[in-house]
Design a protein around this ligand. Structure first.
Ligand SMILES: C[S@@+](CC[C@H](N)C(=O)[O-])C[C@H]1O[C@@H](n2cnc3c(N)ncnc32)[C@H](O)[C@@H]1O
Length: 210
């Protein structure tokens, strides 16, 4: 069963700003310039629509499908983009085999894969990779743990607190942050570009099908 973000949807932006200021949004849009010509886009777990709004502004051609398991998040995103006719919202879980996944040239996951345990992450990434043809791209943003130093300790602490909160508030299955990069390699995706923000606590990366 998918996590339920309905209870936190209204507060999500406030909580994000209180905890991280504008850092998460800077991370989401760090590589936005690289995807402004994508034509068919799938965003999964978009949440309240802040990346979606930025993508619509920077990319004048994209037709976008948003799949999210939270109806309240979808409502907020739809309002944020003024019911844009370029966006189709689908209220469904990516993990549900009955959820149709469209073929696209860009997949976007922002702070989404971190909701999953190992087996769910495996399934979610398999399904999303299946949406991409040759040359297709995947824009990923999320928390990260630096390899060493004080920031490693700090990031681990921040991420552990986040997991405690979101496991209680939404029922996510993840207990720890899984580095998805080995999985991208396994799925035959090349890293095109990676940006690290907030001294390593946040990262954004663009991958392309080999
Ligand atoms: C942590 S929030 C991230 C929201 C936003 N992308 C961001 O950058 O802050 C996770 C989002 O993924 C959605 N979600 C969680 N599990 C899902 C699933 N199995 N299928 C589709 N959406 C899911 C939640 O409803 C929520 O909107």
């Amino acid at each position: 069963m998918a996590a339920n973000f309905d209870p936190v949807a209204r507060w999500y932006r406030f909580l994000e700003m209180a905890a991280f200021g504008g850092a998460l949004q800077r991370c989401r849009i760090a590589l936005l310039d690289e995807v402004k010509t994508a034509e068919r886009v799938l965003i999964v777990g978009e949440g309240n629509g802040r990346f979606l709004e930025a993508l619509l502004q920077s990319n004048p051609v994209a037709k976008i499908t948003v799949i999210d398991a939270s109806q309240r998040m979808i409502n907020l995103a739809r309002e944020r983009v003024n019911h844009s006719p370029r966006v189709t919202f689908v209220h469904a879980s990516l993990l549900d085999a009955a959820t149709a996944i469209p073929s696209v040239d860009l997949v976007v996951t922002d702070f989404f894969l971190d909701c999953f345990n190992e087996s769910e992450m495996y399934l979610a990434t398999k399904r999303l990779r299946g949406a991409l043809e040759n040359g297709g791209r995947w824009l990923w943003s999320d928390f990260a743990i630096p390899e060493s130093g004080f920031m490693k300790l700090w990031s681990r602490t921040v991420v552990a607190l986040l997991y405690d909160f979101f496991r209680l508030a939404t029922g996510i299955s993840a207990r720890r942050l899984i580095d998805p990069h080995p999985r991208f390699t396994e799925l035959k995706m090349n890293l095109i570009e990676r940006r690290v923000l907030s001294k390593g606590l946040l990262a954004s990366a663009l991958y392309e099908v080999k």
